[in-house]
Design a protein around this ligand. Structure first.
Ligand code: PLP
Length: 475
């Protein structure tokens, strides 16, 4: 038997209070956990308990073990990587998802899981001002969404026979090529590893001075490949690159893809959410001609991990890439109902749509736009402070969204290794404060620091604190 509903209620009320206190006081913790590797394991028994433990004892370990070992993504000072938020409606949604334990593998295994996923992803499409004709599906991460998109791209020409015959040992199969910018996310390369395309068949196209893919270089790369007998199958354009949030020129790239009959996948894992802000949609012109798009609500749409949305205008091709129905999964509904298992690798599927639907309802289209707009404004303000400071400080990339790349160069220093070490030391000092957590990247050979605004609790005061710490650390 499970523990009783009364036991559940008792502890759930306590936990609800614990979570509310946590959210209220999250900034009282050091944003970055200071535990040393292995320290958490060292506090825990090596073997599982043979006798049942009380929930009181187990929950006490949340404060004793879990919180000290957590880096607090919900902390206002979390400014590293792409900051995100587990918002209140999203947390409530996750609670119910666990309790209902629905498995949306087939429509019939839980109609509401499938239909809310259709509704929530279609609401997202509308929030983003995208036209009709997009099919939406939730996955766990952008890496998986991109892998699915490129699996579909590979399946687009059924004459290649890959679904049935595979790729290994086939003299009749040309090399299949994928193109992305030199600043695309590593998930494109990992997809090539996973799908058997091979890392060397990912062509990293050169970028312009603002880190955007150069369309003429893409055209040239495709032409050179065709001359060698290779088969271009997909271009991945990024709208919000991981390092510096640059946006590839989607319109020009879409024209090339159409001309070349190549699948266009847009990686908007982070930046895509900015389409919720009507005046930012111009950045995405050309998206309407893409074949697929990924946007992660778990990055910048205030939805708790994990939740990625893959949109495609070619659901039939995606289905062909993945559908395989054994007898025991056939259902009477037939084509009348959508079975999401047909559109991806996994059979069992979490009810992720619930939290996304709740977030969209609880904030509304206007509220979402206002929050994202505010984050962009905060980032621009921070960039202005850095830009106006002089004294060796500079902003090193345009700020189209809510992320700023910047650094400090000591007077007279020209050696990149020294500059990198200096900025790494600044970052280490700032992060030791416990008040803010920033990260770094490289723009070409330039080591830079990154501040990414994406948490709903981040305010201008957070950035003032970050800027004070940065200037103190620079000496
Ligand atoms: N694409 C871009 C542009 C990203 O910035 C990231 C992660 O930061 C990813 C893909 C991978 O996202 P996920 O962690 O959901 O796989």
């Amino acid at each position: 038997m499970d523990l009783s509903p009364a036991t559940y209620a008792l502890h759930a009320h306590r936990l609800a209070d614990w979570i509310a206190t946590y959210l209220r006081d999250v900034d009282s913790y050091d944003v970055l956990s200071s535990v040393k590797p292995g320290a958490i394991r060292a506090q825990l028994p090596k073997a599982p308990p043979s006798a049942a433990e009380s929930l009181d004892d187990i929950l006490a370990d949340l404060d004793r073990i879990v919180l000290p070992g957590a880096t607090h993504w919900n902390h206002p000072g979390f400014l590293a990587y792409f900051a995100n938020t587990a918002s209140v409606p999203g947390i409530l949604g996750e609670m119910v998802t666990a309790a209902l334990n629905l498995n949306g593998m087939l429509w019939r295994t839980s109609p509401v899981a499938t239909e809310l996923e259709q509704v929530a992803t279609d609401w997202m499409r509308q929030l983003f001002g995208m036209g009709e004709g997009w099919f939406g599906m939730i996955t766990d991460t952008a890496s998986i969404s991109t892998m699915y998109a490129l699996a579909a791209a590979r399946e687009r020409d059924p004459a290649l026979g890959i679904r049935q015959r595979g790729m290994a040992g086939r003299a009749d199969l040309p090399r299949l090529r994928v193109y992305c910018s030199e600043h695309a996310h590593s998930s494109v390369d990992k997809t090539a590893m996973t799908l058997g395309l091979g890392l060397e068949n990912v062509v990293h196209v050169a970028c312009d001075g603002e880190f955007r893919m150069r369309p003429e270089m893409l055209s040239r790369a495709i032409a050179a490949d065709r001359a060698q007998g290779y088969r271009p199958i997909a271009v991945v354009a990024t709208a919000g690159t991981t390092s510096m949030t640059s946006v590839d020129p989607l319109d020009a790239i879409a024209t090339i893809c159409q001309r070349e009959s190549v699948w266009l996948h847009v990686d908007g894992a982070y930046g895509g959410s900015a389409m919720a802000v009507p005046e930012m949609r111009a950045l995405f012109a050309g998206l309407e001609r893409a074949d697929s798009l990924v946007v992660n609500p778990h990055k910048w749409l205030f939805t708790p991990m994990d939740c990625s949305v893959l949109f495609t205008r070619q659901p039939t091709v995606l289905r062909r890439a993945f559908s395989l129905v054994p007898e025991y999964l056939t259902t009477a509904e037939g084509d009348e109902a959508l079975n999401y298992m047909d559109y991806g690798l996994q059979l069992g599927r979490r009810f992720r749509a619930l939290k996304l639907w709740m977030v969209i309802r609880a904030f509304g289209a206007d509220g979402i736009a206002e929050r994202i707009r505010h984050h962009c404004q905060l980032a621009r303000t921070f960039a202005e402070w850095v830009g106006a400071e002089g004294q060796g400080w500079s902003v090193n990339a345009p700020v189209p969204f809510s992320t700023v790349c910047f650094r400090h160069v000591p007077e007279g220093e020209t050696d990149e290794a020294e500059i990198a070490a200096h900025n790494a030391a600044i970052m280490a000092k700032v992060n030791e404060s416990g008040d803010v957590f920033i990260s770094h990247t490289k723009l070409g050979d330039q080591y830079v620091l990154r501040v990414a605004v994406g948490n709903l609790r981040t305010t201008e005061a957070t950035l003032v604190r970050a800027w004070t710490l940065l200037r103190e650390a620079a000496g």
